[in-house]
Design a protein around this ligand. Structure first.
Ligand SMILES: *[C@@H]1O[C@H](CO)[C@@H](O)[C@H](O)[C@H]1NC(C)=O
Ligand SMILES: *[C@@H]1O[C@H](CO)[C@@H](O)[C@H](O)[C@H]1NC(C)=O
Ligand SMILES: *[C@@H]1O[C@H](CO)[C@@H](O)[C@H](O)[C@H]1NC(C)=O
Length: 239
Protein backbone atom coordinates (compact mmCIF):
# COMPACT_ATOMS: atom_id res chain seq x y z
CA UNK A 1 0.00 0.00 0.00
CA UNK A 2 2.83 2.43 0.85
CA UNK A 3 4.10 2.17 -2.71
CA UNK A 4 0.71 3.26 -4.06
CA UNK A 5 0.43 6.17 -1.64
CA UNK A 6 3.90 7.23 -2.76
CA UNK A 7 2.81 6.92 -6.41
CA UNK A 8 -0.20 9.12 -5.65
CA UNK A 9 2.03 11.84 -4.18
CA UNK A 10 4.39 11.51 -7.14
CA UNK A 11 1.63 12.02 -9.73
CA UNK A 12 -0.03 14.87 -7.81
CA UNK A 13 3.42 16.45 -7.32
CA UNK A 14 4.19 16.30 -11.05
CA UNK A 15 0.71 17.61 -11.95
CA UNK A 16 1.25 20.65 -9.72
CA UNK A 17 4.79 21.43 -10.87
CA UNK A 18 5.68 24.97 -11.97
CA UNK A 19 7.94 25.34 -14.96
CA UNK A 20 7.95 29.04 -15.80
CA UNK A 21 10.48 30.51 -18.18
CA UNK A 22 10.96 33.77 -20.08
CA UNK A 23 11.81 33.84 -23.76
CA UNK A 24 13.18 37.07 -25.23
CA UNK A 25 12.80 37.84 -28.93
CA UNK A 26 15.05 40.57 -30.27
CA UNK A 27 13.73 42.60 -33.22
CA UNK A 28 15.93 40.52 -35.55
CA UNK A 29 14.35 37.23 -34.40
CA UNK A 30 13.03 35.04 -37.20
CA UNK A 31 9.95 34.45 -35.00
CA UNK A 32 8.85 38.03 -35.65
CA UNK A 33 6.95 38.46 -38.91
CA UNK A 34 7.21 41.86 -40.56
CA UNK A 35 4.59 42.90 -43.10
CA UNK A 36 5.28 45.95 -45.25
CA UNK A 37 8.51 47.91 -45.23
CA UNK A 38 10.41 47.92 -41.93
CA UNK A 39 13.98 49.09 -41.45
CA UNK A 40 16.61 48.73 -38.76
CA UNK A 41 17.11 51.84 -36.63
CA UNK A 42 18.23 54.47 -39.12
CA UNK A 43 20.74 56.29 -37.00
CA UNK A 44 22.91 53.25 -36.49
CA UNK A 45 23.25 50.95 -33.54
CA UNK A 46 22.71 52.23 -30.04
CA UNK A 47 23.32 50.36 -26.78
CA UNK A 48 20.06 51.93 -25.56
CA UNK A 49 18.29 49.26 -27.62
CA UNK A 50 17.95 45.66 -26.58
CA UNK A 51 20.50 43.85 -28.75
CA UNK A 52 21.84 47.19 -30.06
CA UNK A 53 19.13 48.04 -32.59
CA UNK A 54 15.37 48.22 -33.19
CA UNK A 55 13.12 47.84 -36.20
CA UNK A 56 11.06 50.83 -37.28
CA UNK A 57 8.45 51.65 -39.90
CA UNK A 58 6.69 54.85 -40.89
CA UNK A 59 4.08 53.15 -43.09
CA UNK A 60 0.57 53.06 -41.65
CA UNK A 61 -0.17 49.81 -43.49
CA UNK A 62 2.89 47.99 -42.12
CA UNK A 63 2.59 45.65 -39.17
CA UNK A 64 4.80 43.33 -37.16
CA UNK A 65 3.27 40.17 -35.73
CA UNK A 66 4.88 38.38 -32.81
CA UNK A 67 3.34 34.95 -32.22
CA UNK A 68 3.97 33.27 -28.85
CA UNK A 69 2.68 30.54 -26.58
CA UNK A 70 2.58 31.75 -23.02
CA UNK A 71 0.85 33.33 -20.06
CA UNK A 72 2.47 36.79 -20.10
CA UNK A 73 4.02 39.16 -22.64
CA UNK A 74 6.27 42.19 -22.15
CA UNK A 75 7.00 44.77 -24.85
CA UNK A 76 10.42 46.40 -24.52
CA UNK A 77 11.48 49.66 -26.11
CA UNK A 78 13.88 52.53 -25.63
CA UNK A 79 12.32 56.02 -25.39
CA UNK A 80 12.78 59.20 -27.40
CA UNK A 81 13.03 62.85 -26.36
CA UNK A 82 9.89 63.82 -28.28
CA UNK A 83 6.24 62.82 -28.46
CA UNK A 84 6.50 59.23 -29.63
CA UNK A 85 3.93 56.48 -29.45
CA UNK A 86 3.49 53.06 -30.96
CA UNK A 87 0.36 50.95 -31.24
CA UNK A 88 -0.11 47.39 -29.96
CA UNK A 89 -2.89 44.88 -30.19
CA UNK A 90 -2.91 41.51 -28.42
CA UNK A 91 -4.87 38.80 -30.26
CA UNK A 92 -8.22 40.34 -31.21
CA UNK A 93 -8.16 42.78 -28.32
CA UNK A 94 -8.39 46.57 -28.52
CA UNK A 95 -5.68 48.76 -30.07
CA UNK A 96 -3.48 50.18 -27.31
CA UNK A 97 -1.27 53.25 -27.45
CA UNK A 98 2.11 52.84 -25.80
CA UNK A 99 3.94 56.00 -24.84
CA UNK A 100 7.60 55.92 -25.89
CA UNK A 101 8.33 59.53 -24.90
CA UNK A 102 11.36 60.06 -22.70
CA UNK A 103 9.75 62.31 -20.10
CA UNK A 104 13.01 62.62 -18.19
CA UNK A 105 14.03 65.15 -20.90
CA UNK A 106 12.43 68.34 -22.13
CA UNK A 107 10.13 67.54 -25.03
CA UNK A 108 11.03 70.23 -27.54
CA UNK A 109 8.92 70.88 -30.67
CA UNK A 110 11.87 70.42 -33.04
CA UNK A 111 13.40 67.51 -31.14
CA UNK A 112 11.65 65.20 -33.57
CA UNK A 113 14.38 65.92 -36.10
CA UNK A 114 16.69 64.17 -33.67
CA UNK A 115 15.37 60.66 -33.90
CA UNK A 116 18.02 59.25 -31.58
CA UNK A 117 16.63 57.32 -28.62
CA UNK A 118 17.58 58.79 -25.27
CA UNK A 119 16.41 56.27 -22.66
CA UNK A 120 17.50 52.67 -22.15
CA UNK A 121 15.19 49.96 -23.47
CA UNK A 122 12.81 48.73 -20.77
CA UNK A 123 9.46 47.02 -20.42
CA UNK A 124 6.96 49.70 -21.52
CA UNK A 125 3.84 47.54 -21.79
CA UNK A 126 2.85 44.12 -20.50
CA UNK A 127 -0.06 41.73 -20.18
CA UNK A 128 -0.09 39.01 -17.54
CA UNK A 129 -2.50 36.27 -16.55
CA UNK A 130 -3.13 35.18 -20.14
CA UNK A 131 -4.55 31.80 -20.99
CA UNK A 132 -1.71 29.34 -21.63
CA UNK A 133 -2.39 29.15 -25.37
CA UNK A 134 -1.16 30.62 -28.65
CA UNK A 135 -1.30 34.42 -28.81
CA UNK A 136 -0.09 37.09 -31.19
CA UNK A 137 1.05 40.62 -30.54
CA UNK A 138 0.59 43.12 -33.39
CA UNK A 139 2.64 46.32 -33.71
CA UNK A 140 1.67 49.22 -35.98
CA UNK A 141 1.82 53.00 -36.42
CA UNK A 142 -0.87 54.74 -34.33
CA UNK A 143 -3.18 57.25 -36.09
CA UNK A 144 -1.62 60.73 -35.87
CA UNK A 145 1.85 59.39 -35.10
CA UNK A 146 4.83 58.66 -37.32
CA UNK A 147 6.41 55.38 -36.31
CA UNK A 148 5.99 51.84 -35.09
CA UNK A 149 8.85 50.33 -33.13
CA UNK A 150 9.91 46.75 -32.42
CA UNK A 151 12.90 46.41 -30.09
CA UNK A 152 12.31 43.24 -28.06
CA UNK A 153 9.44 41.14 -26.78
CA UNK A 154 9.62 38.87 -23.73
CA UNK A 155 7.02 36.20 -23.15
CA UNK A 156 6.54 33.81 -20.26
CA UNK A 157 6.00 30.17 -21.06
CA UNK A 158 4.42 27.69 -18.72
CA UNK A 159 5.13 24.04 -19.31
CA UNK A 160 3.80 21.13 -17.30
CA UNK A 161 0.22 20.83 -16.06
CA UNK A 162 0.11 23.69 -13.63
CA UNK A 163 -3.28 23.84 -11.97
CA UNK A 164 -2.48 27.31 -10.64
CA UNK A 165 -2.28 28.68 -14.19
CA UNK A 166 -4.08 32.00 -14.38
CA UNK A 167 -6.70 31.37 -17.02
CA UNK A 168 -8.60 34.12 -18.79
CA UNK A 169 -12.30 33.56 -18.22
CA UNK A 170 -13.55 34.91 -21.54
CA UNK A 171 -12.12 33.02 -24.50
CA UNK A 172 -13.29 29.62 -25.65
CA UNK A 173 -9.72 28.41 -26.13
CA UNK A 174 -8.87 29.06 -22.49
CA UNK A 175 -11.93 27.08 -21.44
CA UNK A 176 -10.73 24.22 -23.61
CA UNK A 177 -7.30 24.47 -22.03
CA UNK A 178 -8.82 24.62 -18.57
CA UNK A 179 -10.86 21.49 -19.23
CA UNK A 180 -7.77 19.82 -20.72
CA UNK A 181 -5.79 20.61 -17.58
CA UNK A 182 -8.71 19.42 -15.48
CA UNK A 183 -9.01 16.26 -17.59
CA UNK A 184 -5.30 15.55 -17.18
CA UNK A 185 -5.52 16.19 -13.43
CA UNK A 186 -8.64 14.05 -13.10
CA UNK A 187 -6.96 11.45 -15.31
CA UNK A 188 -3.91 11.35 -13.03
CA UNK A 189 -6.00 11.23 -9.87
CA UNK A 190 -8.32 8.72 -11.53
CA UNK A 191 -5.37 6.51 -12.45
CA UNK A 192 -4.12 6.64 -8.86
CA UNK A 193 -7.55 5.85 -7.45
CA UNK A 194 -7.79 3.01 -9.98
CA UNK A 195 -4.46 1.58 -8.86
CA UNK A 196 -5.51 1.89 -5.23
CA UNK A 197 -8.90 0.27 -5.91
CA UNK A 198 -7.25 -2.59 -7.80
CA UNK A 199 -4.76 -3.17 -5.00
CA UNK A 200 -7.55 -2.96 -2.41
CA UNK A 201 -9.60 -5.44 -4.46
CA UNK A 202 -6.58 -7.76 -4.67
CA UNK A 203 -6.02 -7.38 -0.92
CA UNK A 204 -9.68 -8.19 -0.08
CA UNK A 205 -9.77 -11.03 -2.60
CA UNK A 206 -6.66 -12.59 -1.07
CA UNK A 207 -8.13 -12.11 2.43
CA UNK A 208 -11.42 -13.60 1.22
CA UNK A 209 -9.57 -16.56 -0.28
CA UNK A 210 -7.59 -17.04 2.95
CA UNK A 211 -10.80 -16.92 5.00
CA UNK A 212 -12.49 -19.29 2.56
CA UNK A 213 -9.58 -21.65 2.89
CA UNK A 214 -9.64 -21.35 6.69
CA UNK A 215 -13.40 -21.93 6.65
CA UNK A 216 -12.97 -24.96 4.39
CA UNK A 217 -10.37 -26.40 6.74
CA UNK A 218 -12.60 -25.58 9.72
CA UNK A 219 -15.63 -27.21 8.04
CA UNK A 220 -13.58 -30.23 7.16
CA UNK A 221 -12.26 -30.38 10.71
CA UNK A 222 -15.76 -29.97 12.08
CA UNK A 223 -17.25 -32.75 9.97
CA UNK A 224 -14.33 -35.07 10.52
CA UNK A 225 -13.46 -34.27 14.08
CA UNK A 226 -16.75 -33.07 15.56
CA UNK A 227 -17.47 -36.13 17.64
CA UNK A 228 -13.99 -36.08 19.04
CA UNK A 229 -13.75 -32.34 19.67
CA UNK A 230 -17.29 -31.91 21.05
CA UNK A 231 -16.80 -34.80 23.41
CA UNK A 232 -13.28 -34.04 24.45
CA UNK A 233 -13.36 -30.24 24.65
CA UNK A 234 -17.04 -29.66 25.26
CA UNK A 235 -17.77 -27.53 22.14
CA UNK A 236 -21.41 -26.48 22.49
CA UNK A 237 -23.51 -28.13 19.76
CA UNK A 238 -25.77 -25.93 17.64
CA UNK A 239 -29.47 -26.01 18.31
C1 LIG B 1 9.99 37.65 -17.20
O1 LIG B 1 10.35 38.96 -17.54
C2 LIG B 1 9.59 39.97 -16.91
C3 LIG B 1 10.04 41.31 -17.47
O2 LIG B 1 11.42 41.49 -17.35
C4 LIG B 1 9.76 39.88 -15.42
O3 LIG B 1 8.97 40.87 -14.78
C5 LIG B 1 9.32 38.49 -14.96
O4 LIG B 1 9.54 38.35 -13.58
C6 LIG B 1 10.10 37.44 -15.70
N1 LIG B 1 9.59 36.13 -15.35
C7 LIG B 1 10.40 35.07 -15.16
C8 LIG B 1 9.75 33.77 -14.85
O5 LIG B 1 11.62 35.15 -15.23
C1 LIG C 1 1.37 50.61 -48.04
O1 LIG C 1 1.50 52.03 -48.15
C2 LIG C 1 2.51 52.44 -49.06
C3 LIG C 1 2.64 53.95 -48.98
O2 LIG C 1 1.39 54.56 -48.83
C4 LIG C 1 2.16 51.95 -50.46
O3 LIG C 1 3.17 52.34 -51.37
C5 LIG C 1 2.05 50.46 -50.44
O4 LIG C 1 1.62 49.95 -51.68
C6 LIG C 1 1.05 49.99 -49.37
N1 LIG C 1 1.10 48.54 -49.28
C7 LIG C 1 -0.01 47.81 -49.20
C8 LIG C 1 0.20 46.33 -49.10
O5 LIG C 1 -1.14 48.28 -49.20
C1 LIG D 1 20.22 64.04 -30.22
O1 LIG D 1 20.12 63.07 -29.19
C2 LIG D 1 21.37 62.65 -28.67
C3 LIG D 1 21.09 61.52 -27.69
O2 LIG D 1 20.14 61.90 -26.74
C4 LIG D 1 22.07 63.83 -28.03
O3 LIG D 1 23.31 63.42 -27.55
C5 LIG D 1 22.23 64.94 -29.06
O4 LIG D 1 22.77 66.07 -28.43
C6 LIG D 1 20.88 65.31 -29.67
N1 LIG D 1 21.06 66.26 -30.76
C7 LIG D 1 20.30 67.32 -30.85
C8 LIG D 1 20.58 68.21 -31.98
O5 LIG D 1 19.37 67.57 -30.05
Amino acid sequence: MQAFVFALFLVVGVAGAHDVANVTLDDSSSNIRYFGKWIKSTLGQSPLNYGGAHAVTALTNATAVIPFDGVAVYFMSPKWPFDMKTQLRLDNGPLELVDLTDRTRAVTPNARTNATESLQSQVVWSKKGLSNTAHSLHVSVPPGYSFAIVDAVIYTTLTGDDLDTPLAPSSASSDTKKSNVLAIALGSVGACIGVILISLAAFFYRRHRRRQEAQRVANWAQTKLRPLSSEKYGVPSKA
